[in-house]
Structures are given as structure tokens and as C-alpha cells.
Design a protein around this ligand. Sequence first.
Ligand code: SAH
Length: 200
Amino acid sequence: MNVIVLKICFMVFWVATGIIRYPHGQRQKKNQIRTDNKDALEKTLLAGATIGIAILPLLYVFTPIFSFADYQLPLWINVLGLALAPLTLWLFWRSHKDLGLNWSASLEVREEHSLVTNGVYKSIRHPMYTAIWLWGLLQACLLPNYIGGFSTLIFFGILYFLRVGKEEKMMQQTFGEEYRQYMKQTGRIFPHFWLKQQNV
Ligand code: SAH
């Protein structure tokens, strides 16, 4: 597929994720932070995620600076990327909606924090992270460039693996047995019923 068309499709997706997130970023300010677990590592990971999710793909789309890392992708991979868009956007929207005022971009517990176990959180503990993994895959399928294509998978991947265990520990400290029970009924980023079927 033509690279300009791919870049336009990716930017429509990218702007849509911003439109989904913006009102939640505004609304959650109403729910004050009670515990802030943002240490130096977490701040570095957040900066890395911003580079991977926003800065590098935008530099690729709008400037020629990464043209040395261009390559060609077969059409079916581009089509796969486009096909991932509705599911990814839906899951990104739905996880924000279900998490409501409990959402934060970082490891924080809010004053009125409640444990969400309904909606998409019923069978997956980290559906927003699932959506961002799908976003990374979509980006790799649409942008034929080693830097522009893989930046979200790499930078978000590092954040995910270094954060998810800490986040679950923080949730256990906050909600105790309730969260431990919840962990037994859910999969981390794949639905629990799917994991059960695979016997893992
Ligand atoms: N990891 C979750 C949420 C990402 S937002 C997901 O991928 O869907 C990160 C914040 O959400 C964390 O700081 C934590 O305070 C909060 N959080 C995570 N899981 C939660 C849950 N089940 N209920 C309420 N808050 C949750």
C-alpha cells in the first residue's frame, strides 16, 4: 500500500486514541491522588513510553529523518493492521470507560479509589495494556520503517514488563484479599476464559 495512505490511516488512528483519552485525563483530576508510587524508574519509563508512542512515530510520519530505516511491507500485513483498528480503539475506549475516575497514567492510588472488576475488567486485569499492545502491533503493520513501526512495541513493551508486577503489588497492598481473589479469576492481558481453554 502507498506509504502516504498508510501514514494517513495511522494518524487517524493515533488522533482517535487521543480523543478517547483526553476527557478521562481531565475528569480524573477530580479524584485526588492518595498514594503516588512514581519513582525515578517509573518516571523514566513514562518518558520512554511518550517517546515510543508519540515522538518517534510523529517524527517518522512528518519528517524524512528515519528514511534510512525504511522497508517494504506486504499488502496483507497492512490489511491486518487496518483490521486491528476497530478492536484496538474499542478496547482502549471501553477500558477507560470501565476504569472511570480510577484511571491514571502512572502508578497511583486515588482518594476515592475503587477496585473495578466489571466490564472488560471482568476477565482481563490489564485491558488497557492489551489495547496498547494491539496498538503496537497495528503500528508495526502500518508503518514500514524499523523505527517508526516498532517504537510503541519496544518502548511500551519495556514499560509493561517493568511495571505490571509493581502495579499488581500496589493493588494488592490497597485492596488485599479482594485483589488476590480477582487475580485468580482473570488473565493479565488475555481473557481468563481463553487462558482456561489453552490450559495455562
Ligand atoms: N493496568 C490497567 C489500568 C491502567 S491505568 C489496565 O491496563 O487496564 C493504571 C492505574 O489503574 C493504576 O495506577 C491503578 O491505580 C489503576 N488500576 C489498575 N487496575 C485497576 C482495577 N482493576 N481497578 C481499579 N483501578 C485499577
